[in-house]
Design a protein around this ligand. Sequence first.
Ligand code: BTN
Length: 328
Amino acid sequence: MNVVAAQILNRLSKAGDFLSGEELCLAFGITRSAVWKHICILRKDGYEVDAVTGRGYRLSGLTGRPVEAEVAPFLTCQRFGRSMQYHGVTASTNLLAKALASDGAPEGSVVVADAQTGGRGRMGRTWVSPSGVNLYFSLILRPALPSIRIPQLTLLVAAAIHQALSSFAVDLLPLIKWPNDILVNGRKLCGVLCEMQSEADLAHFVVIGIGINVNLSLLPSELQDSATSLFLETGCQFSRPELFASVLNHLEPLYDAWLLKEDLGFILPYLEQYSLLQSKEVTVDQLNRTVCGRVSGISRVGELKIDGAEGQTYLISSGEAHLRKGTL
Ligand code: BTN
């Protein structure tokens, strides 16, 4: 869809009623036949637009894609998602968001795609990103903080997504798997990939990439034991625009609170209450060692606290935690 068609779509969506052809001509500085051309583009793209002589145009049917016109009506936050770039398909929204951020895009800008051809996960993994079913988006943040605080954002974002999912599907019972996954019934529903650019010790910008499996009905065979989607868990289809907005609506106030605090202390009770690993026996593979023990909590700066068998306490700041089979 071209820029003017997208702008006409936004205008019609905000109006919620008929807009005359003349109003649209004036708003975009184009002729009546150009307006009609763009209306045809919108229709071709799946939107239902009524055209009534003497009244003008009215948006009467949406597509369920996470485009600005469909997301904005659900946004209650002030800054996040107020500038949104949508792509039908792109390699990775994180890559695009990093380029935008380098060009000076303001905090809260979002890049979203219907499909990714090179979706990226943590530790060099890929993120399976088929079209039309899931959410893939990247949020640009500019916290004026020392870069040492930035890894805390991953847990903060996980908490916001957890809140959004819990309010969206009440019986879902998602859990947060430190540091950045949301799981349902032991299978991964959502992942977060935070990437930072810093100068000296100051964070320049952070890109928060979020992938949520929403209406995916068929997983690739290699993911069938480890991944899931909202649809697979509930048998229901969910609105991607509404869930997308809900994540931003939950994240903005948490982020604003975090900026004013020293650390994650204010959200720790929540993180521990919904932590998959809390009080569980785990192993954590790190670059040069493997740590085993029972998880006793999360520290104020976001480390996983593990009590070892010999009474020692480990504070783990990075790595992949695995539940130890056959333990409680
Ligand atoms: C993980 O669990 O390993 C993190 C997955 C993050 C995937 C999202 S999808 C949107 C954004 N763009 C990417 O290429 N990756 C993130």
